[in-house]
Write a protein that binds this ligand. Structure first.
Ligand code: ADP
Ligand code: ZN
Length: 632
């Protein structure tokens, strides 16, 4: 078999994704590799395909017990013999697994780094051929990273003890220069092929919303996406409890997760979520490491996280299957204060830092927080902002974020316009846009103090607005000829004749604003943007763009079957088939084995297990006629 046959037969995919083929080839040629790829890019295929073509065994070193279990389950379901060895097994189970491993029963073995130096493990590896050691989450080896794990340093000595040096492959989603250098150096990669694929997650929609009531927003959103799986991140346990209670009160099956719960409670919450018993989970950032659930359709942030790194990691848990998914951050300026407080009171895990180091860490955290808060207020493309932060060039307007989704909304701004006109009249036309906007928001800058604008009655009359919003309104009034500017370098704001009509309400001022800004621009009692965002209409490439209403019904029927099968086997549903695979079934409507094997994600082994039942459900649904189209 060649690599393409392996990909098709076991994983059900026709083609490799960007980067996967290159890394697979290098590994098969015996060359070390370092793959830096974002979550969901498909790192595991890069080592699993070569593992099946190598004569010997592949060891995969992974820090996360839950992830190992998940991966091994998936592999077994694809018909690949794999096992894991970590502290969740008893000594007896480990002994047995190693015995089987020594007999060559497994092609791929996942192992926790702590195990590598145990006598029994060393006994086993002396007896077999180890073709490759794949290091997952390789950034854990770097002391520069956030997740440094001292046990990862054991990998180096372990590899040295092997009779023959295997191919080393390392994978991570963290790409800063220092971490990359550390991985290469500390792991001792030999002339590695280094592949960095783009950090862009094209299937994710990014949004920032500033709703007046976050609870309502979450309630509407979750209701509008019922049946879909989602994560709601909150910054405090208290918020988790509140939001969780609210959702449960609405009859939505939701789980909760935070460090204040017992280990059993956390485990059962996590399982309920993974097995789609409770498709929604409300959690602090303690949740998510090692969660590989591929069909998470949305990640809402109830509060602003502390850094872009955190945000992108948490939001990135949406849409690992490549299907359209949404990441929406609910922002309120108060979040900055809360986060600043959290930073100042952060417990340092290692007490070995001296005061100067602690100060440096605090400054770094402050800077990260600043960058994060700019994300929440920028009017530029959000995807661009993220990619630039991670050192890539974005492509300008992505058309799939709340700042450039092209959804606009007409909002009546007549009252605000009248307030602006009155302010300019009061200031006697002696100031430019910055002073006018600053006066209206009641800003406390040195310059405004110097001008003593506090004495004006207009001071702070639009304090509930952001300065940028007021400036936009002023721009609009300039465009409409309500205001004028002096042509000198001072560009002083003056009233045009039309201003009188605005001031006494004879002339309405309607502004076209991007619909996300609507929530904040129209924040006093008028209808907000929540409804629209929560319906998620007209997002690029949503499932509902691919499937028409018939197709969506078909999808639901197949999803129900998937749940049934998963329950029978106590498996997470996404291990049976991903959402993406189900969508492809609805598009192709396979009636035969051959047709079913064309579906993305259906390999031979899975066909044997589930193929017939899905075919018969599809036949049932369509009445056995393919004439009708389910997509469009
Ligand atoms: P990562 O470890 O990089 O986060 P995974 O290995 O978990 O990503 O893969 C993410 C998802 O992409 C999985 O659902 C996987 O089945 C799917 N996938 C991986 N490679 C391909 C491919 N070549 N074609 C289609 N889907 C793929
Ligand atoms: Zn964009």
């Amino acid at each position: 078999m060649d690599k393409y046959e392996i990909l098709k037969r076991y994983f059900g995919y026709d083609t490799f994704r960007e980067g996967q083929e290159l890394l697979t080839d290098c590994i098969l040629n015996g060359r070390d590799v370092l793959g830096i790829m974002p979550t969901g890019a498909g790192k595991s295929i890069c080592y699993q395909v070569p593992a099946l073509l190598f004569p010997g065994i592949t060891l995969v070193i992974s820090p996360l017990i839950s992830l190992m279990k998940d991966q091994v389950q998936s592999l077994n379901h694809a018909g690949i013999h794999a096992a894991y060895i970590n502290s969740s097994l008893t000594e007896n189970q480990i002994a047995k697994a190693l015995q089987y491993a020594a007999e060559g029963r497994y092609k791929i073995i996942y192992v926790a780094p702590e195990r590598l130096e145990t006598a029994s493990f060393l006994w086993f590896v002396q007896r077999v051929e180890i073709s490759m050691v794949a290091v997952d989450e390789a950034h854990c080896i770097s002391q520069w990273g956030q997740d440094f794990r001292p046990s990862y340093l054991k990998i180096v000595r372990f590899v040295e003890q092997l009779p023959v040096r295997p191919v080393l492959s390392a994978f991570t989603a963290t790409a800063t220069g220092a971490v990359k250098e550390d991985i290469i150096c500390v792991l001792g990669l030999r002339d590695p092929e280094i592949l960095v694929t783009g950090f862009d997650r094209k299937n994710l929609y990014f949004g920032v919303e500033t709703p007046r009531r976050r609870d309502e927003f979450v309630a509407d959103y979750v209701r509008g996406h019922s049946g879909e799986s989602g994560i709601v991140y909150c910054s405090t346990r208290k918020n988790v409890e509140q939001v969780h209670e609210m959702l449960c009160g609405m009859g939505i099956p939701a789980a909760r997760y935070h460090a204040g719960l017992s280990a059993e409670e956390r485990k059962s919450s996590q399982d309920a979520f993974i097995y789609d018993v409770k498709p929604v989970i409300v959690a602090t950032n303690a949740f998510g490491m090692g969660i590989d659930k591929s069909n998470v359709r949305y990640v809402l942030h109830y509060n602003m996280p502390q850094s872009m790194e955190n945000y992108y990691q948490e939001a990135g848990r949406a849409g690992r299957d490549g299907e359209p998914s949404e990441c929406i951050l609910l922002y309120s300026p108060q979040d900055i204060m809360v986060n600043r407080f959290l930073i100042e009171n952060k417990e340092q895990r290692e007490d070995s830092f001296d005061e100067a180091q602690l100060q440096a860490i605090r400054e770094r955290d402050e800077e990260r927080l600043r960058v994060m808060s700019f994300y929440c207020s920028t009017t530029d493309c959000l995807r661009d902002y993220i990619l630039k932060y991670f050192g890539e060039y974005g492509g300008g307007d992505c058309g799939n974020c709340s700042n450039c989704s092209g959804e606009f909304e007409d909002v009546d701004m007549s009252e605000e316009a009248a307030v602006i006109v009155r302010c300019i009249r009061e200031l006697g036309g002696r100031y430019g846009i910055n002073v006018v906007a600053g006066t209206l928001t009641g800003a406390q800058t040195a310059k405004l103090r110097e001008y003593n604008v506090k004495r004006f009655a207009s001071f702070g009359t639009l304090s509930r607005r952001r300065e940028t919003e007021i400036k936009k309104m002023i721009q609009k009034l300039l465009q409409d000829g309500v205001l004028a500017q002096t042509a000198d370098k001072y560009a002083l704001l003056r009233l045009a004749p039309l201003a009188k009509e605005v001031e006494d309400g004879r002339r309405r001022v309607i502004m076209r604003v991007p619909s996300r800004a609507r929530a904040s621009v129209a924040s006093d009692g008028r209808k907000s943007a929540q409804g629209q965002a929560s319906q998620g209409r007209s997002r690029k490439g949503r499932r509902s763009d691919v499937l028409n209403s018939q197709g969506l019904e078909c999808f639901e029927a197949l999803r129900a079957l998937r749940t049934e099968l998963a329950r029978e086997e106590s498996l997470p549903p996404y291990i049976v088939f991903s959402d993406k695979t189900l969508v492809d079934m609805c598009v192709r409507l396979p009636f035969t084995r051959e047709e079913m094997l064309q579906v993305s994600g259906v390999g031979e082994h899975k066909y044997e297990k589930y193929g017939e039942r899905f075919i018969s459900r599809i036949k049932e649904f369509t009445g056995g006629v393919k004439g009708k189209y389910y997509f469009g």
